[in-house]
Design a protein around this ligand. Structure first.
Ligand SMILES: Nc1nc2c(ncn2[C@@H]2O[C@H](COP(=O)(O)OP(=O)(O)OP(=O)(O)O)[C@@H](O)[C@H]2O)c(=O)[nH]1
Ligand SMILES: [Mg+2]
Length: 588
């Protein structure tokens, strides 16, 4: 037997999945968290039963890629049972999808989830009666506390296919079909009259805070305050751990220890690859005294991901998880909707954009919540080009602490300007969407810690090998003279057009593997402050790192070539423009 977990977005399907299986899936308080399906196994009466967490869908006529996955899953799973999760505070909407699934001949059990929310809102649902009318098991549940989930599972065996005609008969007294949307809604209205009573709705403090944070007059200042707070905490936390502890550990203990015990010594090629390439001081090769400049796979290669990036990524994901679970993201989406519409996107584009500030790889996946191919293409391209990942920001914080605000502003301006242009140039429609704003929630520490752990460890698994491999590769290219050769060829463009020293060619090669590594390498090159800013901007907008590259290819297919073309144009114009700006200011 196989069980599909289906329902609208943000009703708690992934919470169920995590409870029923030993697997870990990200849950957040906004629609569109799960965009691809995940399989897991549940032990029931001595047998392993496969459970699938299906992305949320409003109906069986898909509107976006995540919904397409949902409908496809259903069609590929004839004969399996469906656990239909319904938000009890919005039963009517959920019943529509349930009826569609029942009509397809599936055996369905219904979880009236968010039962606690319905009680809060004084909505009373007669679950027994609903069960009689539908002829299938109906169980009230509270996903976050686990209430009712055991009862739900034990009722799976009672689920059998039913006929919609019979449901109509039990509701209206006469038997007829209900397979058009209008007929279905009429049926739902009939059912709802029999089972739901709305008590008087008490306005709560939560509603007041909800209104305050979503109305533009108060919401926008509040959003600015939240983002500013986010940024400040990010900076101080990452700085505190990196500069306060990790730099000391790496520079004063780890590097000297490596230099002392590793065979070979300065000048030996193997030692250079692994520990320290050294640098010239008055014509003599001298040992490095810090892990930013040593470039060895075990010195810089470990220091960058662990010493600088880890604290940044950790605090970023911790704060993001809080915002997600409280339910602030949908409010931010509503507030920014009008602006994003101007560039052909809509409020929920904020989700991939913010995720990208952590790591571009999952962000590319999150673009599935956008409805059209055009929007997905634009979003993927814009985030890969203009949104620096947490690793990069962490390093910038260390390398150009005074100018990071400017770099971010410059990139953000690019995001909007090129978004505007792309929207004008690319044909395709932008659908209007209705944004659903879920109520605020108290975040649960268990979910927060699990999310932070999953994302941080996922990031490290990708980052550490790539950074180590990247530093090795770049060192080999240096030793083989390839970088100097490239630098010479590209020198006219680097020096003349971008206004940066030709040595930045090396870090740009490294940037393809890991951007954080590249920014770290820039710090070792002799440059003016303005050249440094230009170089950091170039690294940011230049090719996405290899992991993002792979993900874009997977998600975008052929459109990836389009992204590449946009990227080249942007690097050239946006990079060159900055040089022009410095010239106008008289600093270049
Ligand atoms: N109050 C309350 N909150 C719940 C309940 N079940 C789930 N939640 C919360 O609802 C939010 C959405 O849960 P998810 O499991 O991510 O929802 P989903 O259905 O998988 O959503 P998509 O992946 O977007 O389709 C989370 O913040 C949960 O903590 C419940 O019974 N009561
Ligand atoms: Mg989910």
């Amino acid at each position: 037997m196989k069980i599909l977990l289906m329902g609208h977005p943000n009703v708690g399907k992934s919470v169920f999945f995590n409870r029923l299986t030993a697997a870990n899936i990200i849950e957040s308080n906004y629609p569109g968290t799960t965009v691809d399906y995940t399989k897991g196994y549940m032990r029931l009466e001595g047998k392993d039963i496969e459970i699938i967490d299906v992305p949320g869908t409003f109906s069986l006529e898909p509107k976006d890629k995540a919904e397409e996955v949902a409908v496809r899953m259903l069609h590929e799973s004839k004969g399996s049972k469906v656990m239909c999760v319904i938000d009890a505070s919005k039963v009517e909407r959920g019943l529509y999808l349930a009826l569609e699934i029942i009509e397809q001949g599936f055996s369905v059990v219904i979880a009236l989830n968010m039962w606690d929310v319905a009680i809060d809102k004084n909505i009373d649902i007669d679950a027994k009666k609903l069960e009689q009318i539908l002829g299938i098991p109906v169980v009230p549940t509270v996903g976050i506390s686990g209430e009712g989930i055991f009862a739900l599972v034990s009722r799976l065996k009672d689920a059998t296919p039913v006929k919609v005609e019979d449901i109509v008969e039990r509701t209206e007294g006469i038997k007829h079909k209900a397979n058009t949307p209008d007929e279905r809604w009429a049926l739902i209205e009939g059912i709802s009259k029999k089972i739901v009573t709305f008590g008087e709705y008490q306005h709560t403090l939560k509603d007041a805070i909800g209104d305050f944070t979503v109305k533009p007059a108060t919401g926008i200042p509040f959003a600015i305050a939240v983002l500013y707070g986010f940024w400040s905490i990010f900076g101080s936390f990452a700085g505190f751990f990196t500069d306060g502890f990790l730099v000391k550990i790496f520079d004063e203990h780890w590097l000297p220890w490596l230099q002392a015990v590793f065979p070979g010594g300065l000048g030996n090629w193997f030692y250079a690859l692994i520990v320290d390439v050294g640098h010239l001081e008055n014509g003599v090769l001298a040992a490095s005294d810090n892990c930013f400049e040593s470039f060895g796979a075990l010195s810089s290669g470990l220091f960058v991901p662990v010493g600088v990036v880890l604290p940044a990524i950790f605090i970023f994901y911790l704060m993001l998880a809080l915002l997600e679970d409280i339910g602030y993201m949908p409010r931010l989406a509503v507030l920014i909707d009008t602006v994003l519409h101007k560039i052909g996107l809509h409020g929920y584009a904020i989700v991939p954009s913010v995720l990208a500030l952590g790591c571009n790889v999952p962000a590319v996946g999150a673009t599935r919540i956008l409805e059209t191919k055009k929007q997905r293409f634009m979003m993927m391209t814009l985030l890969a080009v203009f949104i620096p990942c947490g690793a990069q920001i962490g390093i910038m914080q260390d390398v150009i602490p005074g100018s990071i605000g400017f770099v971010m502003l410059y990139l953000m301006a690019g995001y909007f300007i090129f978004g505007y242009i792309l929207n004008k140039v690319i044909p395709g429609r932008i659908p209007e969407i209705l944004m659903d704003v879920p109520p605020y929630q108290k975040p649960m520490s268990r979910n927060i810690s699990r999310k932070v752990w999953m994302r941080t460890s996922g990031f490290l698994k990708v980052a550490v090998p790539l950074v180590i491999f990247g530093s090795l590769l770049v060192n080999v290219l240096y030793l083989a003279g390839t970088i100097d050769w490239l630098g010479n060829i590209l020198a006219p463009m680097f020096e003349g057009w971008f206004g940066v020293p030709r040595e930045t060619a090396g870090p740009l090669v490294a940037a393809f593997l890991r951007k954080d590594l590249a920014v770290a390498q820039l710090s070792a090159i002799e440059m003016t402050k303005y050249q440094m800013i230009s170089a950091v901007v170039l690294v940011s907008i230049y090719f996405p790192c290899i992991a993002t590259f792979a993900m874009m290819l997977r998600e975008g297919g052929k459109t990836f070539l389009g992204s590449l073309a946009v990227l080249l144009v942007v690097v050239f114009t946006w990079g060159g423009l900055l040089h022009l700006l410095w010239k106008l200011m008289g600093v270049a």
